[in-house]
Design a protein around this ligand. Structure first.
Ligand SMILES: Nc1nc2c(ncn2[C@@H]2O[C@H](COP(=O)(O)OP(=O)(O)OP(=O)(O)O)[C@@H](O)[C@H]2O)c(=O)[nH]1
Ligand SMILES: [Mg+2]
Length: 302
């Protein structure tokens, strides 16, 4: 357990040092004044919580502070932790055990970390004895297929791919057929990165989604949106656009380790109202962690 907490502490080091770390000075022994709230507000906005979330947090803290008679800023620490914790949902992981296979579609903008995350998810499942298949439905770049193949080779996970330039829906179709025939447990479908503002690309994603549901009733059983933590509030715009195109039922936040903007997690949760399932705390396969609210808050506020 201590090992896992350490991973979170290390992964959140940047966010903690750049923004949330300043809370420690604020939690000094002084009395709470109007300035305290102003300072807190500025800090949360800088930490990328977003204006709406920040305002709600401050309002609630003032209310809760009054109610529980907190007058010293040193007592604020627990209040802040509790308030922030209450803004994150406990992740509920889908139970795929009755499916052979479950199909998980992984979507997001260019470079958000989809392919790497697929590899990490694949490894996680394989380590628990599950049979995993990758579908290289990013057919835009030959390098994209190769990248997934390299992971497949390294992790000993088969990869279904098409020709470069092939229809991504056709690759997804082939992968599902293979997954059914080989009685796989999970098929992870990698997709091309697409700018959320490009109409045609978003339409193409809808088409892949439709092909999957026509090929296999009930599929995709999950569609996970991968968002890069270093993009801060911009991730919100991406989230909105992807949510309009496909049915997002889980979010994965990557690169928390390279970001000082981990506060965006609160804004994303508020905006999407779907659980954050996993976070990337580094580049190695074992750096993908199931989202844990408690560890996340501990990583932000020491
Ligand atoms: N530090 C860090 N790097 C990450 C993490 N996740 C992904 N990366 C890096 O981000 C870069 C892009 O990752 P990819 O998995 O190729 O991203 P993608 O979304 O598949 O990109 P496209 O296919 O081009 O859309 C790679 O260099 C990854 O190693 C993470 O959690 N932490
Ligand atoms: Mg990719």
């Amino acid at each position: 357990m201590a090992d896992i907490l350490n991973k979170w502490l290390k992964g959140l080091e940047k966010t903690r040092k750049v923004t949330f770390g300043r809370l420690a000075t604020m939690f000094g022994a002084t009395e709470i004044t109007v300035d305290t709230w102003d300072e807190l507000e500025a800090l949360f906005i800088q930490a990328d919580l977003g204006i709406e979330t920040t305002q709600q947090v401050i309002t609630n803290l003032i209310k809760e502070g009054d109610r529980s008679g907190v007058t010293r800023s040193s007592e604020l620490r627990e209040l802040v932790k509790q308030e922030l914790l209450s803004r994150l949902d406990e992740p509920v992981f889908p139970d795929f055990s009755h499916l052979k296979p479950a199909v998980v579609l992984v979507v997001g903008v260019n470079g958000s970390g989809k392919t790497t995350t697929l590899a990490k998810l694949g490894k996680m499942q394989k380590d628990t004895g599950k049979k995993v298949l990758f579908a290289a439905a990013d057919t835009y770049r030959a390098a994209a297929v190769e990248q997934l193949q390299v992971w497949g080779d390294r992790l000993d996970i088969p990869v279904i791919k098409g020709q470069a330039g092939a229809d991504p829906g056709a690759v997804a179709y082939d992968a599902i057929q293979a997954g059914l025939a080989r009685q796989m447990d999970v098929v992870y479908v990698d997709t091309a990165g697409r700018l959320h503002t490009r109409f045609n690309l978003m339409e193409e994603l809808k088409k892949v989604d439709r092909v999957i549901s026509k090929t296999y009733s009930g599929a995709p059983h999950a569609t996970w949106l991968v968002l890069d933590a270093t993009t801060g509030q911009n991730a919100l715009l991406q989230a909105r656009a992807f949510k309009e195109a496909v049915n997002i039922d889980g979010v994965i936040i990557t690169k928390l380790d390279s970001s000082a903007r981990g506060g965006m997690m609160f804004a994303i949760q508020r905006e999407l109202k779907v659980p954050i399932l996993y976070v990337g705390l580094g580049e190695k396969p074992e750096d993908l962690q199931q989202f844990d609210r408690q560890n996340f808050i501990e990583g932000l506020i020491q």
